[in-house]
Write a protein that binds this ligand. Structure first.
Ligand SMILES: Cc1ncc(COP(=O)(O)O)c(C=O)c1O
Length: 457
């Protein structure tokens, strides 16, 4: 890598929200880059929309969900690098470039991750001309390590399983904070993560929901890893103040529900923190889903259409369309959305929206390990699982987080974690005010303006 390389610019926030705003020559280049993982124009494919500008959204078959409400799922697997996490990764690098913090050829991007953010950072780094160093814990699917290496990222494996990112964040700070030539991208604290999901995911959800039922969003449901995706809820509430924002947690890791966390099998979510970028003011409820049920549900969906058709009456074509679309956290979100629809009594014609952060491509090894510890999985067991998972045994009732006492408890949990990681009490107090989040969101227009200027020849 040579020093002082030129900047390789990508899309603005607005262009990620609506790629049809891009000049047609850029759109064509981006289309060609779809077949070439290393073409810089691929940065312009970071979007929820397909080539025709339609948000990739799926209304789950009601025979699968068993609820009257429309369960709408935004599909994340078609993002470059294979997950929605490339959006926050790109936004963070783009903001750091515009802020004058990094230059291509001169910096190493350091990213703590459960996998997808690291894959996203490694991919963005390669296209933009940076080195990437990804800090990941043991116990993640093998495909994740392979993908980071394939993008040229260095992997530093840190012992520790699901259910606790704290030690990784601590190590990352000790080793890399303030080290010359290194930029730490702490996705749990990065406002670019908040901005991407609030502006891009949030508005795309509003656009997608407009095409279904009453066109509104009755509830938005997402299992937080960093709680970046939950920021979409802030945008949804700005439009539909009555919409319920629901965080999903594995029963095994009740952080928002009860300040605790144990190991659980759903990769990418529930790291045991109230995240810095989580605007807890706007999270109305938490719903608990059994982690094991997410893997059972994934196994059932991956079995193919015959099983879902025979057990639940899902039309075969619809069931076939679900194969390969989800990872465990996507199933977790879906089970949380179904549970929330039931618990909140959301009826026909109303939309409950969630996301599938990535697809099945990075989980064959995780599912194989699940099968190995489950013993023989025959047709009878699969039929039993299909009914058990999709007919209500997968989640517990809602936990109400709207009271002042609950908000105070969450603020305190957040303060305990983040003061330990070096943030001041004053800053954390600032995060308790709605105006803090509005100010952060307003910076989207500022970064977009600066990026447009920087891109001009
Ligand atoms: C597979 C998967 N699901 C869910 C999430 C959670 O998304 P967020 O960090 O936006 O809360 C992540 C985040 O890394 C992920 O990789």
């Amino acid at each position: 890598m040579t020093a002082n390389r030129e900047f390789v610019w990508g899309p603005t926030y607005r262009e990620m929200l609506d790629p049809s705003a891009l000049p047609s020559a850029t759109r064509q280049e981006a289309r060609r880059a779809r077949g070439n993982d290393l073409a810089p124009a691929g940065l312009f494919n970071i979007a929820w929309s397909d080539e025709l500008g339609r948000v990739r959204v799926l209304r789950l078959p009601p025979e699968l969900t068993g609820v009257a409400a429309n369960i709408l799922v935004l599909v994340g697997k078609y993002f470059p690098s294979g997950s929605l996490k490339v959006g926050p990764a790109y936004a963070a690098v783009m903001e750091a470039e515009l802020d004058g913090t990094i230059r291509p050829g001169e910096a190493t991007l350091v990213a703590p991750t459960s996998g997808n953010f690291g894959i996203g950072v490694a991919w963005v780094a390669r296209l933009k001309g940076y080195r990437a160093r990804v800090l990941i814990s043991t116990g993640r699917s093998e495909e994740r390590y392979e993908r980071i290496a394939a993008c040229g990222g260095d992997v530093e494996v840190i012992p520790g399983g699901e259910g606790g990112i704290g030690p990784i964040l601590q190590k990352m700070r000790e080793r890399y904070e303030g080290r010359p030539g290194h930029l730490v991208l702490d996705q749990f604290a990065l406002m670019a993560n908040y901005r991407f999901h609030r502006f891009v995911t949030g508005r795309n959800i509003l656009e997608a929901a407009a095409g279904f039922g009453d066109g509104r969003v009755a509830a938005f449901v997402s299992a937080p890893g960093t709680a970046g995706t939950l920021a979409a809820g802030d945008e949804i509430k700005a439009r539909f103040p009555d919409a319920a924002v629901v965080a999903v947690e594995p029963v095994e890791c009740p952080t928002l529900v009860g300040g605790a966390c144990g190991p659980h099998p759903v990769e990418g979510i529930a790291d045991g923190l109230v995240n810095l970028i989580h605007n807890v003011l706007n999270t109305d409820y938490a719903i608990q889903v059994y982690g094991e049920q997410c893997l059972r549900g994934l196994r059932v969906v991956q079995q193919g259409p015959e099983l879902l058709s025979h057990t639940l009456g899902v039309p075969e074509a619809a069931a076939q369309g679900l194969v390969d679309l989800f990872g465990p956290s996507g199933i977790c979100n879906i089970l949380g959305a179904m549970g929330a629809a039931r618990a909140l009594g959301i009826g026909a014609d109303h939309n409950v929206v969630t996301v599938a952060p990535d697809g099945f491509d990075r989980y064959p090894s995780a599912l194989a390990a699940f099968e190995a510890r489950s013993g023989t999985i025959d047709r009878q067991i699969l039929r039993h699982w299909a009914v058990e998972v999709f007919r209500g045994a997968s989640s517990r009732g809602l936990h109400d987080l709207r009271t002042p006492e609950e908000k105070e408890r969450l603020f305190q949990q957040k303060e305990a974690t983040w003061t330990r990681l070096g943030y001041s009490r004053e800053y954390l107090e600032d995060l308790q005010s709605p105006s803090f989040w509005e100010r952060e969101a307003a910076q989207v227009a500022d970064y977009d303006g600066r990026l447009r200027e920087a891109r001009e020849p």
